[in-house]
Design a protein around this ligand. Sequence first.
Ligand code: B12
Ligand code: SF4
Length: 452
Amino acid sequence: MKVALINPPASRIIYGNEYKLKSIIPCLGLFYLQSYCKDIADIEIFEGEFYSDLEHFINAIKAFNPDIIGITSNTSTYPLCVQIAESVDAKVKAVGGPYSSFRVSESLETFDVVFIGDSEVSFRMLLERQPLETIPSIAFKEPTGAVVRTDNACLPPLDSIPFPDHSKIQLGLYQASPHRKLQEPFATMITTRGCGFKCSFCLSAKGGMNDGKYRERSVANVVQELELLTTEFGVKSVQFWDDTFTMRRDRTKELCSEIKKLGIEFVCNTRTDKIDSEIANWLADAGCRGVFFGVESGDQYILDLDMHKGAKNEQVKNAIEYCKETGMWSTASFIFGSINDTEESIQDTVNFAVELDADYVLFNIYTAHPGTYGYMEALRQSIIDEYKVDLERWLDEPVGIPTICKNLSRQQLHKLKAEAYVKYYTHRGADKYRDIIKTYQEEILRLSNALA
Ligand code: B12
Ligand code: SF4
């Protein structure tokens, strides 16, 4: 049985045709499905970013002649998932991932089976041809057209899931973001799943994927994979994709002391209230080069009321300071345009970003992804309707998804975002960042004209 697992090309949709792809990250979800089922099917992973255009990508999938296709979906790529599914013949067409998990009816317009949440166990059962109604956490249509949604799976212990097949990850083809300054060859790993905090925009939060349930791999299991990566593949650095890498203090300490023995570099993501000077020292001492923090807003009222972040701006300042003290770079990521954000609260956020002086910042515009609290709240307040991602409009100017901000339009938010980057980069060094500042100034001019 031949199975094509497909990750649609996302970068051009999100960043436009001029975007020069800077990083290609292995889609770990598909690699885990493959490793869990590789003894019962011939499973090939198709990575959209490797192809020059969609036509070549679809042709490569067709040439494989799969019996089953399984596509991973997120909000931005869903229209492409549909396009690919409609272009490729297969006996069974399946979809899973963050978008379809919360858009079951829409997904069943195109696909035979929708997988909801983590799916190693249920996908294996599909490949074993078990009756659909016995497979947990899926949805399908009965011949009558009625939608069946099976009960939730009990999630398997993470140590029982085999490592992604790193020989298939084609080391060298994937590349980390250059700003992360990771030594080649690099690899990506995830040592925990879920998070369980309540951030309104995030699918790892309570109520999101797998109800946000936080689950860990044992330190021994993680070290085994790291040893495999270093000895068999010569990996020198690792990007950990855990939502909150330092969630548990004891585990962090133990993991860091084990990683140190391997002599590799790594980067990770965590919350600002999940780091202190001791944890920062463990990380840096173990080879951590940098930490990514979701800061979201500099306005404590917005942070509490809209974002449900549960962290204090004082903790944010400390977190960035701990990184500076231990020589790790820090990235502070912000979100503009939550329901009650205003021009003033965004200005406060930008001032806060400048004051923090992290090495890198990201200013994003709030996307209410189905399955998040923010999405439900925006529906409840009738700010948006259930939307369908509009690929045509998205390609025009990333507006395929409605904004939920009551006070600012998407164009106003884009302008504030461009202004924020100008302010931040001017602060970091007007000469050093001359070109990037010029690009954002042109963007401000364009948006000002459009808004006039
Ligand atoms: C790593 C990561 C990235 C990487 C790489 C993505 C990649 N190629 O995998 C990079 C940095 C490129 C990235 C970019 C973006 N990301 Co991202 N990313 C993540 C992150 C942190 C980890 C993903 C992961 O490896 N998870 C672990 C694996 C094991 O879980 P999984 O992917 O969910 O897969 C399991 C199930 O979903 C299911 N499954 C998934 N696909 C399929 C398919 C089939 C057929 C079946 C049967 C089952 C199945 O089975 C898998 C195994 O159990 C997640 C958050 C998270 N914790 O998951 C966000 C997340 C996926 N990203 C998100 C977003 C918003 C983005 C961006 C839009 C950000 C931006 N503005 O640029 C872009 C979009 C990229 C795109 N492809 O469209 C959102 C997606 C929300 C949504 N509904 O779309 C998430 C959920 C974070 C959040 N905010 O909640 N991201
Ligand atoms: S702390 Fe991070 S991963 Fe956890 S729910 Fe909030 S945004 Fe999501």
